[in-house]
Design a protein around this ligand. Structure first.
Ligand code: S3P
Length: 413
């Protein structure tokens, strides 16, 4: 537990460690590529360490170097490994596809939270392209058997970048190409990195076709994580003026700015440039008078939705967020967890079947927040407490280590 005191003002310029999603992909793809690559500004949280440990176990060589990782791809992956993916669904889901593509058998499992997450959304489309993948009553452990990917066409039933990525990785050694059709855009870091690493990949507006490919080890400079930066942006909007440097602003990740536009948050995206195939920029956010919103959520803002809902509690009036059903399947049920968080701080938030109704009262009193061992709920709770009138107790504060180990140090609390 940590007591969080309220703050009057929050100003500053911040840098952040690398994007978690991009780091997972940079580790996995270089671990199966030909040669050695340097991944600079990699994410340092427990989730990406789980991916490092998994790839080392499978035979890749990974050295921790200053501000990054040096990765030498395994010529052949070790078979029949039991891989602990800890809290990381990205590790488990992407790795399942990758092992399928490499024709390697393994058992993948995780901690209590990961063990409760749905895996048939992953196994079913993989089986449709010829893979032998079994779940345990729809959940982890996931068993991958040696199989040959035949290829084919798959329409994603859920808007999930993890499932899409798993299918693409499964196709790396397929007999025929794999075509993945998306109904809603999801983060496209896998596609961009595969392109950079020499894969045979064709991208249309809603479809991706991947044919058998060998990957070349490729250096990556990972942009600062927009999901980590979003907590600091929110404090800027509530309490001062914040610049977040070198933030990844790939348009499949920037849904939070759509929410900012509606809320009336004053922000600017400056010095836009492209590094290693990903757009980055410096984002300035300033104290703003917030207004209530009607927001249809999508995958481009999925991890920021608890924070967006929190901001609605600082506006005056009723906000409605819909289209957020996927939040139920995260590290906690984030629809219920977010509502509980806002209510425990003295706000009014009603969970709905696919989102929230927030009765904004122009601020929050403070109170006791239970982070539910979910890093995003915990960090959202910390921002709520800092911006509240009295502050209060934050439980399961250690869960930030999953994605943002220096969160409290950077905040200075
Ligand atoms: C991620 C995709 C999203 C996101 C998660 C990371 C990724 O999950 O919520 O934090 O790196 O591909 P889904 O693919 O399940 O939507």
């Amino acid at each position: 537990m940590r007591f969080i005191k309220p703050i009057d003002k929050f100003d500053g310029e911040f840098t952040f460690s690398g994007d978690k999603s991009i780091t997972h992909r940079a580790i996995m793809l270089n671990a199966i590529a030909r040669g050695t690559a340097i991944v600079k500004n990699s994410a340092l949280g427990e989730d990406c360490l789980a991916t490092c440990l998994a790839m080392e176990r499978l035979g890749a060589k990974i050295e921790r170097i200053e501000n990054g990782l040096k990765i030498t791809g395994a010529e052949k992956l070790n078979d029949e490994q039991e891989i602990n993916c800890q809290n990381s669904a990205t590790t488990l889901r992407l790795l399942t596809g990758l092992l399928v593509g490499k024709g390697v058998s393994a058992k993948l499992y995780g901690d209590n939270s990961l063990s409760a997450r749905p895996m048939e959304r992953l196994a079913e489309p993989l089986r449709a392209v010829g893979a032998k993948v079994q779940t345990t009553n729809g959940k982890p452990p996931v068993h991958v058997e040696k199989s040959t990917v035949l290829g084919g066409e798959v329409s994603l039933k859920v808007p999930s970048a993890q499932v899409k990525s798993a299918l693409l990785l499964a196709g790396l050694n397929g007999k025929n190409p794999i075509k993945v059709i998306e109904t809603q855009p999801t983060r496209d870091h896998t596609e961009r990195m595969l392109e950079n690493m020499g894969a045979n990949i064709l991208r249309g507006e809603k479809e991706i076709i991947l044919s058998k490919s060998e990957l070349k080890a490729t250096d990556v400079e990972v942009p600062a994580d927009i999901s980590s930066a979003s907590y600091f942006m929110a404090l800027g909007a509530l309490k001062g003026r914040v610049t977040c440097k070198n933030v990844g602003v790939n348009r499949t990740r920037t849904g939070i700015f759509k929410a900012f536009d509606k809320l009336g948050v004053k922000y600017s995206i400056n010095d836009l440039r492209t590094v290693c195939g990903e757009e980055i920029a410096d984002v300035l956010v300033e104290k703003s008078a917030l207004q209530p919103i009607q927001l249809t959520a999508d995958a481009t803002m999925i991890d920021e939705l608890p924070l967006i809902a929190l901001l609605c509690a600082f506006a005056n009036g009723e906000s409605r967020i819909t289209g957020a059903e996927e939040l139920k399947y995260k590290e906690s049920n984030r629809i219920l967890a977010t509502a509980q968080l806002i209510n425990s701080l003295g706000g009014v938030c009603v969970p709905t079947i696919d989102g929230f109704i927030i009765e904004g009262k122009g601020g929050l009193a403070g109170g006791k927040v239970e982070g539910l061992s979910d890093h995003r709920i915990t960090m959202t709770g910390a921002i709520g407490l800092l911006a509240s009138e009295t502050g209060g107790e934050l439980y399961s504060d250690k869960s930030c280590a999953v994605s943002f180990p220096d969160f409290f140090d950077k905040l200075g609390v």
